[in-house]
Write a protein that binds this ligand. Structure first.
Ligand code: MYR
Length: 131
C-alpha cells in the first residue's frame, strides 16, 4: 500500500530533469532541498494527497483513470491521469504551456517509495522514506 506519510530522502538526476523542464538554476537549487513530504490516502480508486515542502502545502484529490489539473511548485500547469498497473502507479501529464508530456511512476521498493520522472528524454527519481 502507498498509504502513509513519505519524506524525500534522496534524489537521482533530479537537477538534470528540472533543467530539462526549463527551471532556472536558483529554483533548481532550492527544489533539490525542498523537504518534500507527501501523505497518501488511498480508498479504492480514489486518492487524497497532502503535499508539503519548503515551497507550499497543497491538497490533491484524484481518481485513477480520471484526468485532473495540477500545478507544479514553480507554477507550471499540467493536466493528466494516474493509473494503476500491477503494483505501480503510472502517471501521464501534459504541460499546458507547451503540450509536452511528463511521465511519472510511483512504486514501493524495499519499504521505500520510489517516484520516477521522465521529461523529453531525461529520467530522474526521488526516493522517499516512510515516517
Ligand atoms: C500527486 O499525485 O502528487 C499529484 C499529481 C502529480 C502530477 C505530476 C507530478 C509531476 C511532478 C514533477 C515535479 C518536477 C518539477 C520540475
Amino acid at each position: 500500500t502507498f498509504n502513509g506519510t513519505w519524506k524525500v530522502d534522496r534524489n537521482d538526476n533530479y537537477e538534470k530533469f528540472m533543467e530539462q523542464m526549463g527551471i532556472n538554476v536558483v529554483k533548481r537549487k532550492m527544489a533539490e532541498h525542498d523537504n518534500l513530504k507527501i501523505t497518501i490516502e488511498q480508498n479504492g480508486d480514489k486518492f487524497h494527497i497532502k503535499e508539503s515542502s519548503t515551497f507550499r502545502t497543497k491538497d490533491i484529490d484524484f481518481t485513477l483513470g480520471v484526468p485532473f489539473d495540477y500545478s507544479l511548485a514553480d507554477g507550471t500547469e499540467v493536466s493528466g491521469t494516474w493509473e494503476m498497473e500491477g503494483d505501480m502507479l503510472k502517471g501521464k501529464f501534459t504541460r499546458k504551456d507547451n503540450n509536452k508530456v511528463l511521465t511519472t511512476t510511483r512504486t514501493l521498493v524495499g519499504g521505500e517509495l520510489v517516484q520516477s520522472y521522465n521529461y523529453e528524454g531525461v529520467d530522474a527519481k526521488r526516493i522517499f522514506k516512510k515516517q
